[in-house]
Ligand binder design. Structure first.
Ligand code: PMP
Length: 433
C-alpha cells in the first residue's frame, strides 16, 4: 500500500472507539525518537504511555528477544515451567520494595494483572468489596472499568459494571482547598488528613471492614494527573488496612520500573503493599504484566484456578530479564534523578516568568513521572500538545484537569532532554500569546 494511503486506510478500518493523538504512521523507533512512514522523526516523550522506558528498540532487549525467538517462543505455564519465566523472577526479586514480596504470577496486560489482584484479594480474605481512589485508572476490562475513576468516558454506556467497588478521595494537593498553594510546596501533612478521614467514614458508612477485601491505590496517581500523595497519607492507609484486616494493593503499572526514580514508587513512601501490580515498563514494549505478593497469600488460591494462554510469554520474559539487567548496567535510576529536575526546573521558571505564568497552575511529580497542570478554562494542555507535535515532539495530556504528563525514556540523554525542554518551552511561550 502506498505510504500516502496508510493513514486513510487506518481511519477507515480501525474502530473509532480507539482515540489517537495523531494520524501519523510509525515505522521505526530508536532511543528517544520514532520515525514515521513519511520519514518524519519525532522526539517521543510518551514512551507509548510509559512502556518503552528504556527507549525504542533498546539494543540489549532486542538482542535478548532475537535469541529467545530461536530457543522457545511459547511455553505455557499451565504445562511446564520455562526458563525465561524463572530467570525473570530471579531478576525481579532484588528489585522488590519489600522482602515479603516473593511469589509471582505473570499476565499480558496491566488490566489482567489488576483483575488477578482482585481475585486474589477476594479469595484470600473471603471478603467481596474493594475500595479505589477517585481519579484512579486501573484499566478498561470488565472488572477494571468500574475501578477506573479518572474519567466517566471509560464506563459510560457499559453498565452494569462490576459490583462491590467503592471510591474515596485521593489527596490531590493542587486541587485541595486545605493545601496552601505557594511556590509548589503544599502543606502536605494538613491536607492529606481529609482523605484519610473520608476513608475512615467510608468504612463506617458504606462498606464495613468485615466486607472489604482490599484498597487499591496507585502510589502516584497516573491517568488522574501524575499526583504524588503525601507520605503520611499512604502510611496512614497502611495502618487502616492493618487494623481492619484489609489488603493494600499498590497498582504500579505506570509508576513502577524506575519511572519515579526508584524501582517502585512505593519506596518513596516507605509503605509495604500486600500485593504489587506491575506491567508497562517491565518488558520495554513486549506484552507482560504480573502481580507479586507474599507466598502464604498467593498460595491460598487453589492449584489450577489461575492461568491464561499467553501470560508470562517466553519472549516477553526474556525481554524483562534484559530490562532488569540494563537498569544495573546503565545506571538508569541515576539518569532519571538527574534528568527530572532539568525539566521541572524549566517549568518552574515558566511559572515565574510574567508572560508564561498565566499558563501554569502546578508543576509536580517524581523522577520522570512529571506533570504540568495548566490554568483552567483555556484548553492550554491540548494547545501545548499540538504545538509540540508541530515541532516534531510527542507529549500526552491527562486527567479531567488541564494537565500534561511528561513520560520521556528513563535513559534519555542530556542532549535529548535539552532538546525536549526547548520545544516544550517554546510551545508554552507561544500559547501564552
Ligand atoms: N493500571 C494503571 C496504573 C495504568 O496506568 C494502566 C494503563 N494505563 C493500567 C492499570 C491498565 O493497563 P493495560 O492498559 O495494560 O491493561
Amino acid at each position: 500500500m502506498a505510504h500516502s494511503k496508510l493513514a486513510e486506510f487506518g481511519v477507515k478500518h480501525i474502530a473509532k472507539g480507539i482515540g489517537r493523538l495523531t494520524n501519523e504512521v510509525l515505522e521505526s523507533g530508536a532511543g528517544s525518537y520514532v520515525t514515521t512512514t513519511s520519514g518524519r522523526r519525532m522526539l517521543d516523550f510518551t514512551c507509548g504511555i510509559g512502556v518503552t522506558n528504556l527507549g525504542h528498540c533498546h539494543p540489549a532487549v532486542t538482542k535478548a528477544v532475537q535469541h529467545q525467538a530461536t530457543q522457545l517462543v511459547h511455553g505455557q505455564v499451565n504445562i511446564a515451567f520455562h526458563k525465561p519465566y524463572l530467570q525473570l523472577i530471579e531478576s525481579l526479586l532484588p528489585m522488590m520494595p519489600h522482602k515479603s514480596l516473593d511469589t509471582f504470577f505473570f499476565w499480558n496486560s496491566g488490566s489482567e494483572a489488576v483483575e488477578a489482584a482482585v481475585k486474589l484479594a477476594r479469595h484470600a480474605t473471603k471478603k467481596q468489596n474493594i475500595i479505589v481512589m477517585q481519579g484512579s485508572y486501573h484499566g478498561r476490562t470488565f472488572a477494571t472499568m468500574n475501578m477506573t475513576r479518572s474519567k466517566t468516558i471509560y464506563g459510560e454506556g457499559f453498565a452494569p459494571l462490576m459490583p462491590g467497588v467503592f471510591s474515596v478521595d485521593f489527596p490531590y494537593c493542587a486541587q485541595c482547598s486545605i493545601a496552601k498553594h505557594s511556590d509548589f510546596k503544599y502543606n502536605y501533612d494538613n491536607c492529606c488528613m481529609d482523605p484519610v478521614s473520608k476513608l475512615e467514614l467510608l468504612l463506617k458508612r458504606e462498606t464495613s471492614p468485615s466486607d472489604t477485601a482490599a484498597i487499591f491505590i496507585e502510589p502516584v496517581l497516573g491517568e488522574g494527573g501524575y499526583v504524588p500523595p503525601p507520605k503520611a497519607y499512604l502510611q496512614k492507609v497502611r495502618e487502616i488496612c492493618d487494623k481492619n484486616n484489609i489488603l493494600l494493593v499498590l497498582d504500579e503499572v505506570q509508576s513502577g520500573f524506575g519511572r519515579t526514580g526508584k524501582y517502585f514508587a512505593t519506596e518513596h513512601f516507605d509503605v509495604r503493599p500486600d500485593i504489587l501490580v506491575m506491567a508497562k515498563g517491565i518488558a520495554n514494549g513486549f506484552p507482560l504484566s504480573g502481580i507479586v505478593s507474599r507466598k502464604e497469600l498467593m498460595d491460598m488460591q487453589k492449584t489450577g484456578s489461575m492461568g491464561g494462554t499467553y501470560g508470562g510469554n517466553a519472549i516477553s520474559c526474556a525481554a524483562g530479564v534484559a530490562v532488569a539487567k540494563a537498569f544495573q548496567d546503565e545506571k538508569v535510576l541515576e539518569n532519571v534523578n538527574a534528568r527530572g529536575p532539568e525539566l521541572t526546573g524549566m517549568l518552574k521558571e515558566c511559572a515565574k516568568d510574567p508572560k508564561t505564568s498565566k499558563v501554569i497552575y502546578d508543576v509536580r511529580g517524581l523522577g520522570l513521572m512529571l506533570a504540568l497542570e495548566c490554568q483552567p478554562g483555556q484548553n492550554y494542555a491540548a494547545r501545548i500538545q499540538a504545538k509540540c507535535l508541530e515541532k516534531d515532539m510527542l507529549i500526552l495530556t491527562t486527567s479531567i484537569y488541564d494537565t500534561i504528563r511528561f513520560i520521556p525514556p528513563l535513559n534519555i540523554s542530556k542532549e535529548d532532554m535539552a532538546k525536549g525542554i526547548q520545544i516544550i518551552k517554546e510551545a508554552i511561550d507561544e500559547v501564552a500569546g
